[in-house]
Design a protein around this ligand. Structure first.
Ligand code: CP3
Length: 343
């Protein structure tokens, strides 16, 4: 039995005594304790593949920041790698794929077999972390959404426009569907393995939803999200599609329990769309945490009041930036945990 299951209760739409909070990228460079562990290994990937180190840094934000959930320390790009497309994490630049997917030949090289086995370093880390957490808070598992994973596999790196990946959607729609289908199958196996290992809730990150039109998202990305939500019946699913205001009404027709909101999305509009059927997660601008503490407290309370006391999991509208002070992140978290709604 979890001692603090506020996030799970909120996700299921059950009554909570206060708004729970976790922060995207809470385990990472904002914490000096993380940077110390990171400095002890050669590369990011080495760290992701060491269950002991993953366990250590996953617990750090629970101990240091007091968040209401841990999120397993990993990356969305472990899926392309397990499918056979290797990547490098280049210091201060981000991911780079030496080989990308461009045609049917490339696609045929990708495997959807034995995902759980190939990603056993993640599930081992989940088991170890669950045991170390000792039921203090839930553990969040995660994966990238198939469109976002396809975007990296075709583009080969980060991009402002993801124009190479979008070019494939327009010029090779059949290949695009086949690629997204393969990623979707792998992702479902992977999420199920995470849940079996102990993940209490899972988040699907569609970080590059914002470069698509409604039409492209509805044609290529949404069916994959729907398949994932239909397949994951064991635990609540959080869908976070960054910059995808245009998809909020469509997400009402998915089985997701929680809809993640970035800071540009309007809280009232989202409540009107979903009523009491979905929990909302988010959504302060990470840049708010560069402000002085009075401003952080004032704006955080404004956000809490806009969401109201139920069906809200507080978070930022995207991952916390690495140069934000951990002290200011703690101020945001404490403000949420200490806030009492008047009635
Ligand atoms: O605390 C947590 O949220 C768990 C850890 C986590 C990481 N990546 C660790 C990480 C999570 C949930 C992710 C997901 C992820 N990875 C996403 C989706 C979320 C989002 O930000 O939209 C995406 C798009 C990626 C791909 C990725 N990984 C990029 C573009 C980069 C480089 C940019 C950067 O932040 O440096 C990474 C590297 C990465 N993933 C780091 C961390 C802590 C930094 C590398 C390091 O510490 O050496």
């Amino acid at each position: 039995m979890l001692k603090n299951d506020l996030i799970l209760k909120a996700a299921r739409g059950e009554k909570v005594e206060r708004t729970p909070v976790w922060i995207m990228r809470q385990a990472g460079r904002i914490l000096p304790e993380y940077r110390a562990v990171r400095a002890s290994v050669k590369g990011f990937k080495e760290m992701v593949k060491s269950p002991e180190l993953v366990c250590e840094v996953t617990l750090q934000p629970v101990d240091i920041l007091g968040v209401d959930a841990a999120i397993i320390f990993s990356d969305i790009l472990v899926i392309p790698e397990a499918m056979g497309l290797d990547y490098e994490m280049i210091e201060a630049k981000g991911p780079y794929f030496p080989k990308t997917i461009q045609n049917e030949g490339d696609l045929s090289q990708l495997s959807t077999d034995n995902m759980a086995e190939k990603l056993s370093y993640v599930t081992d880390a989940i088991k170890m972390t669950k045991s170390a957490l000792n039921d203090r808070v839930p553990l969040i598992g995660f994966a990238g959404a198939p469109w976002t994973i396809m975007a990296y596999m075709v583009e080969g790196s980060g991009s402002k426009t993801f124009s190479k990946a979008k070019k494939m959607l327009y010029s090779q729609p059949l290949l695009s569907h086949q690629l997204i289908d393969k990623i979707t199958i792998s992702t479902i196996h992977y999420l199920k393995a995470q849940i079996e290992a102990g993940a209490d809730i899972v988040q699907v990150f569609d970080s590059w939803a914002g470069v698509l039109s409604h039409d492209l998202y509805a044609t290529f990305a949404l069916p994959a999200i729907q398949k994932i939500c239909n397949a994951i019946t064991e635990v609540p699913v959080i869908i976070f599609a960054k910059d995808a205001h245009y998809m909020l009404p469509d997400f009402a027709n998915t089985k997701a329990s929680v809809i993640g909101m970035d800071w540009t999305m309007d809280i009232k509009t989202a409540r009107q769309i979903y009523g009491n059927n979905k929990t909302l997660q988010g959504n302060a601008d990470p840049c708010l945490l560069y402000a002085d503490k009075d401003t952080i407290r004032r704006e955080t309370i404004k956000m809490l009041e806009a969401f109201g006391p139920q069906r809200h999991i507080a978070n930022l509208g995207h991952g916390v930036y690495p140069d934000i002070s951990a002290d200011n992140v703690k101020c945001y978290i404490d403000t949420i945990k200490e806030f009492n709604f008047k009635n």
